[in-house]
Design a protein around this ligand. Structure first.
Ligand code: AMP
Length: 280
């Protein structure tokens, strides 16, 4: 696997590969099976696979979260090599943003950027769009792969490429889970022995809510039930649980509101903020 830390080295490599299709997997590192499933899909779909690892400071609205974000470059390189990734881009903050940091551009994604993660993490999606746009312009991929764990993020990326007039395929990839059902996340490394016991209850409770009779419970009832149940479990504290139209991210109040409904959750487990989602 070729490893580049500068835009210049990366573009020299990409120029040589200009006749090949490129599958791109942007990540923040501390890689796990979720990330590796994106790498596998990229390899299956395109001629070469380019991954990036960049802990993007502009998408962290909480300084402590940025400082404690897990990093393990050596292990990440080992895992990507093993998976047969062709190229890894490992830029510094200056390499991505240049001298003008933080970058100034702001986005307006309408409702999809204002609810859930957009509401609870002000500036987060501007940061995501700022970095993903720069990476797309550098790598110029044929397609890019994103995990459905960050469901709302995929809607933001689709809106960003439309606004920026970029042309590439976006491939959503299903959530990879631990055996316990807990959605894999780099932040799971920060769970303690104690909080680790509570974390799987998040997905278990979402699954249980699928079995509730839709004739008797409205989407709002279900979101309240999930929130109350999780808040009664030690270490868990729900920030939001919302059932939304899976296309528009609009909160739904009746089961007939739309064809595709997704429940999205953000829940603190001790000090660690976890997100997950489930289709109804
Ligand atoms: P991150 O390093 O957390 O920014 O994630 C990089 C990419 O991996 C994003 O597209 C995530 O949605 C995706 N990802 C993270 N966790 C999982 C998971 N458990 N299953 C599938 N994709 C994931």
């Amino acid at each position: 696997m070729l490893i580049f830390r500068t835009k210049k080295e990366l573009s020299i490599f990409l120029e040589k590969e200009a006749n090949k299709t490129i599958g791109f997997v942007p990540t923040m590192g501390a890689l796990h099976e979720g990330h590796l499933s994106l790498i596998r899909k990229a390899k299956e779909t395109y001629d070469i696979c380019v991954a990036s690892i960049f802990v993007n400071p502009t998408q962290f609205n909480n300084q402590k979260d940025l400082e404690t974000y897990p990093r393990d470059e050596k292990q990440d390189i080992y895992l990507l090599e093993k998976e047969g990734c062709d190229c890894l881009f490992l830029p510094s903050v200056e390499e991505i943003y240049g001298k003008e940091f933080p970058p100034k551009e702001k986005y307006n994604f309408g409702l999809i950027g204002e609810v859930m993660e957009g509401e609870k993490r002000p500036g987060h999606f501007d940061g995501v769009a700022q970095v993903v746009k720069r990476l797309f312009l550098l790598v110029n991929p044929t397609g890019a792969f994103f995990g459905e764990k960050d469901y709302q993020q995929i809607a933001i990326i689709l809106a960003m490429i439309k606004q920026e007039g970029l042309s590439l395929n976006i491939h959503p990839v299903p959530i990879i889970r631990e055996l316990s059902g807990l959605a894999m996340s780099s932040r799971n490394q920060r769970l303690t022995e104690e909080t680790k016991k509570s974390a799987p209850m998040i997905f278990k409770t979402l699954q249980e809510s699928l079995t509730m009779d839709k004739k008797h419970f409205t989407p709002i009832d279900i979101s309240q039930w999930v929130t109350e149940k999780l808040n009664s479990i030690p270490h868990l504290n729900v920030e939001y649980y919302t059932l939304v139209n899976a296309e528009t991210m609009e909160t739904i109040s009746s089961w007939d509101d739309c064809a595709k409904i997704i429940g999205c959750i953000a829940c603190y487990c001790g000090e660690v903020r976890l997100i997950d989602n489930i289709h109804y």
